[in-house]
Ligand binder design. Structure first.
Ligand code: ADP
Length: 166
């Protein structure tokens, strides 16, 4: 069974993430969305447990069409996490040149730690190239309409959290 691990902080999950999940699920037998801490992001909007719950809510709607997607969490090294799967590949979305620089470096580090582990990149859909969780958080802070950016199941949660953190 060919498994794709799609890692990230997903704080919160966006339509850009969902686009990558959908496309990955048609290529691989199984997709594991792996929600991880992100040391570089000091003030997450949601705790890791909350991010898992939000992503599961979104994915469970999609699962009717894509039953091969699950949401998990892990707070260690991704290259170690991948060892539990028989044949696993890391999947990443690439939005721009800056994503490429960072992701290329991460892919090489992961391969150094676990030589069996490959990373594949899917180009972001043109529709979502501009979209990141950070953009969503910023827009939510201004009370902007989040419908074009965030799955409908979690819009209220993002809006409520943005209000509270003002
Ligand atoms: P963000 O940069 O949005 O905080 P994450 O750390 O949660 O992202 O991202 C997880 C993965 O999803 C990364 O590989 C990232 O490049 C990819 N990704 C994030 N947003 C998009 C998007 N709009 N389109 C395609 N890929 C994306």
């Amino acid at each position: 069974m060919k498994t794709a691990i799609y890692p990230g902080s997903f704080d919160p999950i966006t339509l850009g993430h969902l686009n990558i999940i959908r496309r990955t699920s048609t290529i691989f037998d199984r997709v594991v969305v792996c929600i991880m801490p992100n040391a570089g992001k000091m003030h997450p909007m949601f705790t890791r447990e909350e991010r898992v719950e939000l992503a599961r809510r979104v994915v469970s709607r999609v699962v009717a069409h894509l039953p091969n997607v699950t949401v998990e969490t892990y707070d260690g090294l991704l290259a170690e996490y991948a060892k539990q799967f028989d044949k696993a590949v890391i999947v990443k979305g690439l939005r721009a040149g800056t994503d490429f620089e960072n992701e290329f470096q991460m892919a090489l580090i992961n391969q150094k730690i676990n030589p069996e582990l490959d990373t594949m990149f899917l180009t972001a859909s043109q529709k979502y190239t501009f979209l990141s969780s950070s953009v969503v958080k910023e827009l939510a802070g201004y009370g902007a309409d989040l419908t074009p950016f965030v799955p409908c199941e979690i819009i209220e949660d993002v809006r409520a959290r943005a209000m509270r953190s003002e």
